[in-house]
Design a protein around this ligand. Structure first.
Ligand SMILES: N[C@@H](CCC(=O)N[C@@H](CS)C(=O)NCC(=O)O)C(=O)O
Length: 218
């Protein structure tokens, strides 16, 4: 059977899937999809993921997962090493709520406006407004995410699939100077201390030593 293959773009939300694949010590291949060059809209990639979004994960049997949360849950449940999907149904419920909040609200409503303002505007002035609105939404949604964690440390107490998902928006906040609430800043710094996170950031072209010095929100 072929190795798994992660279709990804460095610095995008696929970083979360890349971290999880490293955490579970899977052997996998990587296919870099150049989003600014439109590779995700080419027929070759649309044949893999008809929505043209990143990440996608091709499994060993050839089936393909095309959504970050599905990928995270599958890896957490099925990999030989490190079972990072909780057994407790209440924790599973919490993991799904956190992951959905991150992908739908922090990312989908907030950072999408910061990174792709032209999708929300017709001219430069509207684009500036969309970016400002995106910063407000991302900041508010990050505060809501912080309130979903009841203690300092990992999202569910022990490391789980929810942590790399929380991590990618903390990383984006660092990259774009969106202040992090204190609990998320601590979570971000905790994640930056993990070997797999360090390796993935280096592979994706970042210097982990320069990250995590971001300011806290009030
Ligand atoms: N809900 C999807 C969304 C993923 C998503 O928005 N990915 C971005 C990169 S961070 C993307 O593919 N952007 C290119 C596009 O939508 O055309 C998921 O969680 O997998």
């Amino acid at each position: 059977m072929a190795n798994m293959c992660l279709y990804m773009a460095p610095g995008s939300c696929s970083t979360a899937a890349n971290i999880l694949l490293e955490e579970v010590e899977e052997v996998f291949e990587v296919a870099v999809i150049n989003i600014p060059a439109g590779e995700n809209r080419k027929p070759e990639y649309l044949a893999i993921n008809p929505r043209g979004t990143i990440p996608s994960l091709r499994l060993r049997d050839g089936s393909v997962l095309t959504d970050l949360i599905s990928i995270a849950e599958w890896l957490g449940r099925n990999c030989r090493r490190g079972r990072y999907w909780p057994a407790d149904p209440a924790l599973q419920d919490r993991a799904r709520k956190i992951m959905r909040h991150v992908t739908e609200n922090v990312h989908g409503l907030g950072f999408a406006r910061i990174f792709v303002p032209e999708a929300y505007s017709c001219d430069l002035e509207e684009a500036a407004q969309a970016m400002a609105e995106g910063r407000r939404i991302a900041s508010h949604a990050l505060n809501e995410a912080a309130a979903m964690l009841d203690e300092e440390g990992y999202a569910l107490g022990a490391f789980s699939v929810a942590d790399p998902i929380l991590f990618y928006v903390e990383f984006w906040a660092d990259m774009t100077d969106v202040p992090l609430p204190p609990r998320l800043l601590k979570h971000y710094q905790l994640m930056l201390g993990r070997d797999a996170v360090y390796r993935v950031l280096r592979e994706e072209g970042y210097d982990p030593g320069r990250l995590g010095k971001t300011t806290e929100s009030a």
